[in-house]
Ligand binder design. Structure first.
Ligand code: TRP
Length: 327
C-alpha cells in the first residue's frame, strides 16, 4: 500500500534557531518518524531569490540548511530531501500557475504586504507571484497534507484556489491539500519577550541549534526575567516554555510550582533551561559539524533527493502540459 504524501519546504535563511525548530523542523522529523507518510522536504532556494541575500551568502545558507535538516534527524533514506531549483518542474508549473492566478488574489496576501514594507527597496515581481510558485511546489507532488506555520496558511488556501481554478479550466486533476497545523509553542525573544524569537533583532535574542553550551549559558544569563513593566514575567513564561519543550516533565513541573509559590530562583531556572537545550542538541551539533566538513556527502544526498523528487514532479508536469495544450 502506498503511503500518503507529505510535503514541505523551508527558505535557506540563517542558522536555525529554537523557534524555527519547534515551529517546523521538529514536526518534519516527527512526521517522518511516525512511519505513516511518504515525506518530501525541500530547500526553497528559488523563493529565496525574492529576498536581498548575495549569491555567496545564498550558496552558504543552502548547504548549511541541508546540514542542519539532516543533523536534526531527517533521514535521506526514509524521506526525500532536495533543493527546489534542482527540479526544474517547479519553475515550469509555477509559470503555468501564474497564468491561472488573478492579480487581485495575490494582492490580498499579507506576506506580500509585509515584505513590501520590510524590503521596500526591492519589491520585485517574484515577491508578488511567490504564492503561485509555492502552489506549484506543492501540487506537483499531489500531497495529502502540508505541514506549515500559521504565517503560511493564507498561501496554502491560495494553493487550493489555484487547484480549483486549474481544474475548472482544464479538467479535474489536482486535489486540494490539507494544512497540517501542529501545536507550535510561541517561543519569544530572550531579550524582548513581547516579540517572537527572531534573528533580525540580533544574536542575543535567539538560541541557535548549533550554539555551544557556553554560548547558550551566556545568552540565557542576559535573558529578561523579573523586571519593571510586566515584561519580566513574560520572560519567565518563555523560559518555562523552553523548559517544557526540552527538559523532563518533573523538572518543568517543579519550576512551575516554584514560580507559583514564589520560591523560584531565576538563576536556577536559566541553568536548567541551558542544560536541557545543550543536552538535547548535543548529537545535532556533532552531526552538523561532520556534515559541514564533508560537503560531498551533502551534495550526494541532495542529488539523490532531486532524482527521486523529479520522478514524481516530471510525471505531473507531463500531464499538465498535455492538459493545457503545450505538448
Ligand atoms: N513559503 C514557505 C516559507 O517561507 C516556504 C515554502 C515554499 C513552502 N514552498 C513551500 C512551504 C511549499 C510548504 C510548501 O516558510
Amino acid at each position: 500500500m502506498k503511503k500518503p504524501i507529505i510535503l514541505s519546504g523551508m527558505q535557506p535563511t540563517g542558522n536555525l534557531h529554537i523557534g524555527n525548530y519547534l515551529g517546523a523542523l521538529k514536526h518534519w522529523v516527527d512526521l517522518q518518524n511516525s512511519g505513516k507518510y511518504d515525506c518530501y522536504f525541500f530547500i526553497a532556494d528559488l523563493h529565496s531569490l525574492t529576498g536581498d541575500m548575495t549569491a555567496e551568502e545564498r550558496r552558504r545558507q543552502i548547504t548549511m540548511l541541508a546540514a542542519e535538516i539532516l543533523a536534526a534527524g531527517i533521514d535521506p533514506e526514509t524521506s526525500t530531501l532536495f533543493v527546489q531549483s534542482h527540479v526544474p518542474a517547479h519553475t515550469e508549473l509555477g509559470w503555468i500557475f501564474d497564468c491561472v492566478t488573478s492579480i487581485a488574489e495575490l494582492e490580498r496576501m499579507t506576506q506580500f504586504k509585509d515584505k513590501s514594507v520590510s524590503q521596500e527597496k526591492n519589491i520585485n515581481a517574484g515577491l508578488f507571484t511567490y504564492p503561485a510558485l509555492m502552489a506549484a511546489d506543492i501540487l506537483l507532488y499531489k500531497p495529502e497534507a502540508v505541514p506549515v506555520g500559521d504565517d503560511q496558511i493564507q498561501h496554502l488556501e491560495l494553493t487550493c484556489d489555484i487547484a480549483k481554478k486549474f481544474n475548472k479550466r482544464y479538467g479535474d486533476f489536482f486535489k486540494e491539500p490539507k494544512a497540517v497545523l501542529t501545536k507550535t509553542p510561541r517561543i519569544k525573544s530572550l531579550l524582548e519577550p513581547t516579540s517572537k524569537m527572531s534573528k533580525s533583532k540580533g544574536m542575543g535574542h535567539v538560541i541557535e541549534l548549533a550554539d555551544e553550551p557556553a554560548v547558550i549559558e551566556k545568552k540565557l544569563k542576559k535573558a529578561v526575567t523579573a523586571t519593571e513593566g510586566g515584561e519580566g514575567s513574560l520572560g519567565v513564561e518563555n523560559l518555562l516554555l523552553l523548559l517544557e519543550n526540552f527538559s523532563t516533565d518533573a523538572s518543568y513541573k517543579s519550576f512551575v510550582a516554584a514560580e507559583k509559590d514564589g520560591s523560584i530562583r531565576y538563576g536556577d531556572l536559566k541553568k536548567a533551561v541551558g542544560d536541557a537545550i545543550s543536552t538535547h542538541f548535543e548529537s545535532f551539533r556533532t552531526r552538523r559539524k561532520e556534515l559541514l566538513e564533508n560537503h560531498n556527502e551533502i551534495a550526494d544526498i541532495l542529488i539523490n533527493g532531486a532524482h527521486r523528487a523529479s520522478e514524481i514532479a516530471n510525471k505531473t508536469l507531463a500531464d499538465v502540459r498535455k492538459m493545457v495544450g503545450i505538448r
